[in-house]
Design a protein. Structure first.
Length: 143
């Protein structure tokens, strides 16, 4: 019985999806704005994020995914938190870092992400689709 439980635990750990992303911030006068992206495939608004590729650290995943989804090269300003949920039958964990652009860039729609909006934290809270990202924004910005 114990061996069977260990095998099930190993199967679940192997099925774990690891992902990373960012709360990309910029300032506009006195306002802090954060990037929120729209994906037509899922018809959702979310923070930029994606799955870890083999050989990447989660920090590398976050930098790559934010650049791919927003067009911005970024740098970390701190750890924001993590969320977890089930993607189908598999558990998924997403780590988020706070980030700022290293320089201005132009967003270009792609097959994955069609729109990018810069919103204040309360506006982003109202716009994002998923409750786990809403909870993260509430924690980070004390909303």
């Amino acid at each position: 019985m114990a061996a069977q439980i260990e095998a099930q635990d190993a199967d679940q750990a192997a099925a774990l999806i690891l992902a990373a992303g960012g709360i990309l911030e910029k300032t506009a006068g006195p306002l802090t704005l954060i990037a929120v992206v729209h994906r037509e495939r899922y018809d959702d608004w979310s923070l930029p994020k994606g799955k870890q590729e083999p050989g990447e650290t989660l920090q590398q995943t976050a930098l790559r995914e934010v650049r791919e989804e927003t067009g911005f090269a970024v740098r970390f300003t701190g750890f924001a938190g993590c969320v977890h949920y089930r993607h189908g039958r598999r558990p998924k964990v997403v780590l988020y870092w706070k980030m700022v652009p290293e320089q201005e860039a132009e967003f270009k729609p792609s097959p994955e992400v069609q729109r990018l909006l810069w919103l204040t934290p309360p506006q982003a809270l109202a716009r994002v689709t998923y409750e786990d990202e809403k909870k993260l924004l509430r924690q980070v910005y004390q909303l």
